[in-house]
Design a protein around this ligand. Sequence first.
Ligand code: SF4
Ligand code: ZN
Length: 708
Amino acid sequence: MILFDRVFAGNDETYARAAAGIDAAIEKYGPDMAVSFPSTAYCIPCYYAVTGVKVTNLGELKEALANVKTMMTRNKRLHDVFMSGIASALCAEFIEVLKYLDGAEPYADPIQGHFTDAQIRELGVPLVTGDIPGVAVIIGKAPTAEDAVALVKSYQSQGIFVTLTGECIDQVLEAGMKIGFNVRVSALGHEMCTAAHVVSVALRAALIFGNIEPGDLEGLKKYTMDRVFAFVNAFAPLTNEVVSYGGGAIAYGFPVVTNDTEIERVPKSLICQTDVSKFNATSLEARDIKLKITTIDIPVAFASAFEGEIIRKKDMQVEFDGSRVDCFELVQTKEASEIEDHKIEVIGPEVDEMPVGSKQQIGYIVEVAGKNMQSDFESVFERKFHSYINCIEGVMHTGQRDMIRVRISKDSYEAGFRIKHIGEVLYAKIKSDFDAVVDKCQVKIVTDPALASEMRHNLAIPAFDKRDERLKTLTDESVPVYYSCILCQAFSPSHVCVVTPERLGLCGAVSWLDAKATNELEPNGPCQIITKERVIDENLGLYEDVNEAVAKYSQGALEQVTLYSIMQDPMTSCGCFECICGIEPFSNGVIIANREYAGMTPLGMTFPELASMTGGGVQTPGFMGHGKHFIASKKFMKAEGGIQRIVWMPKDLKDTVAERVNETAKELYGIDNFCDMIGDETIAEDPETLLEFLTEKGHPALGLEPMM
Ligand code: SF4
Ligand code: ZN
């Protein structure tokens, strides 16, 4: 059968299954039964993205299917094959959404099924930085389990996000591989139609980050083609169903690589590679994916995929725990003559001499020298340690400064990983990431308990204190310039963050010092100097020079941006914001929800729904994405009265920021324990109860001028 006929036949199959499924569901539940994927603001995301129609119940789903039928034209033109493929993927999405009817949870760990909006937003930063350089969609059964594991690991070690559909899931699980969203290998499900979940990720990325208008299919296809670096690896034998999904994948710009020799090839799009061990190389070439590679001499893998890996107590060889014993991590600037480049020293016992499962002390000092090195960069480097050490397979790192915790797994220990390798990783990453300012680098790791304690008290803590003093002096008024960050333009073409000392980037990952360091390292890179000499309105944070910069870096999409207002020309949002705040009209205040919060807010919207109100680099007065650390800033909504407008936050978030928020409230408004006046989900999830609570507490927002 030729390719056209196979795509059409596969499309007919999936269409028939979707139709039968919908009819059966209507029979059982009636046409008014609600239908949606969980934790998304886009109901049935692929269908919504392609058509602009939000389906809410089974009756509408049936109408939607009739609409899909109109996309299934059967002329033997390439265009029809692609449309037919897109239609197949939509039918697959319908089949999948039916599984979630009536609150059902069709998939259990380690099977992922549907991705939440929050998960997609979480991928924003690693995608723009290139830490996740692409997405591999693996479908079917590999020739052998070893082939499956080798292929998945090859992508994982490159940082590529992997999804698995079909029998390859069992192949990697049986081989003992750990999979899950946290290690960037997500099993979608055993049925081929579960591949729709990764299509949903790509299309939602276009809506969330790209500000693509739902229903603009051409815009959608262009976005996925230009900006979503996905590709498909489909194992032989290909069924007509898989071939038809392949047609859809190609329509979105995702090449398909297969070892099925029966299939008709399409240059650059449908590629036959009989040697499965070459799938990786063939795919990267076909999708034109460039990798950031740092070779590090350690006995285990090093990749961003391992950043979210969790090591449980029973799996750990040894642990260093700064909350119990003296530990620290520190960067220090030295003279070039004091440093022997690439010297890694372990002072004290190695892991071999530590009892299994024990708690130990550790302190590591990375000493750097360079003509362009500034002491302000020390904290910038230091904060990267978390990600560097976490990227080691089988090593987990949390915290910073002297409150770190590091675990080394038994598996990694058995593979030969030792403490000295932490030094290798820190050395290699600092030298490669900061090559423009670091000429020489050496690492000292102290595990000798007495010495580690001594150094924590006499070296590390005084250094941290000195830095805190310096940070306190960094205010928007005290610095001569701000910085732009346009890293997220890879996904949000007109988005610009203006980063100031008191307002970090909305992703939470870029502080003013980070931006300053990035500018130094890459003078033509994403962070450019923005002068702040021509003030228009100090209270709004409105400057002629900032406006000019924003207009320039957004290619004219933005004309005016205020730094301190949520109502008047607020800063844009890309999509990867840690938090979103929005106006709560009854109390005259704002509520804030963070990405981790899964519940309801008093605005009657969940985080994904709130988040969908803004993004894609557009300004939306009344809604604003921001970083967690911005909440306690004296510049948070300064134009509208500042943090005393905050009336509600999820409890976890409130607990995290309470100390600093209380401090700011005391200093600016003389309010004690301000956080006790702020509602959370344990107090109210609706505006009436919230208002009662605020009234009882005498919350200051109630007495402020209306915002609208
Ligand atoms: Fe993206 Fe802004 Fe963060 Fe830069 S600072 S990475 S543009 S969110
Ligand atoms: Zn972003």
